[in-house]
Design a protein around this ligand. Structure first.
Ligand SMILES: C[S@@+](CC[C@H](N)C(=O)[O-])C[C@H]1O[C@@H](n2cnc3c(N)ncnc32)[C@H](O)[C@@H]1O
Length: 234
């Protein structure tokens, strides 16, 4: 493992999230100045229709899955960290929470209308494998929505670097599981930029891939259709 490159083995990532689970929600709100729920709502708005069967992969403590359920979907939340899932379960006992790996989803082919991943794909050992699994479990007109931190290009770059490279790791020092907050900026640095992620999605078989940037380019929301026909937005 090395925190400098942001590369951790899967069991180290799982252990890290198990350890930070108690402070995860609070840290999200602090690090994003309370904007994270707005980004999740925007993701649900574009991805979820009432009545959809939705997979929220890397669901963590469940915030995105809960918003999808409120939008009228029947939701399955999946994560490989038992401690994150325990918190999700406590928040929304009625949602189906599944302990499992995004790289080997325990679901049949073409079994979901939509799949969401919020701040999750950055952490998986093999991004291409994760995209292939999401593609496999989506119906032909199913939609994937990926919300992820990305590197801004414009004027926010300096602020971003100060925040993520200096302040977030400092915050981590005073909180349990603090090493995670050194890992966070490193994992963002090695993650593909928004256009490169869009290309990987196309390579995985997604059609009509597009993305938009939020919060001055700090967060990207990518969407794609498992087939090529977008029945939702046409
Ligand atoms: C930064 S949290 C995001 C949680 C949540 N989606 C949110 O919006 O806050 C990333 C989550 O991905 C999970 N995760 C990472 N790799 C995974 C994998 N291969 N399979 C399942 N879950 C994974 C971690 O356990 C963690 O809960």
């Amino acid at each position: 493992m090395t925190h400098e490159t942001g590369r951790l083995a899967a069991d180290e990532v799982r252990g890290m999230f198990d350890r930070i689970a108690p402070v995860y929600d609070a840290m999200n709100r602090i690090m994003t100045l309370g904007l994270d729920q707005r980004w999740r709502r925007r993701t649900v708005r574009i991805a979820v229709r009432p009545g959809d069967r939705v997979l929220d992969a890397c669901c963590g403590t469940g915030d995105l899955a809960i918003l999808a359920q409120r939008a009228g979907a029947s939701v399955v939340g999946l994560d490989f960290s038992p401690e994150m899932l325990a918190r999700a379960r406590r928040k929304a006992p009625a949602i189906e929470w599944v302990e499992g790996d995004l790289l080997a989803l325990p679901f049949e082919d073409e079994s979901f209308d939509a799949a969401t991943v919020g701040f999750g794909v950055r952490n998986v050992a093999e991004l291409e494998g994760a995209l292939a699994e999401l593609h496999r479990v989506l119906k032909a007109d199913g939609l994937v929505a990926i919300l992820e931190i990305t590197r801004p290009r414009g004027p926010l770059r300096v602020f971003y670097s100060l925040w993520f490279d200096r302040i977030v790791p400092l915050l981590g020092k005073v909180l349990p599981g603090g090493a995670a907050y050194t890992y966070l900026p490193a994992s963002v640095k090695r993650f593909p930029a928004a256009e490169a992620l869009a290309e990987l999605m196309r390579a995985a078989g997604f059609g009509l891939v597009r993305y938009d940037l939020m919060a001055g380019g700090i967060v990207a929301r990518h969407i794609g259709i498992a087939g090529t026909f977008d029945r939702r937005h046409t």
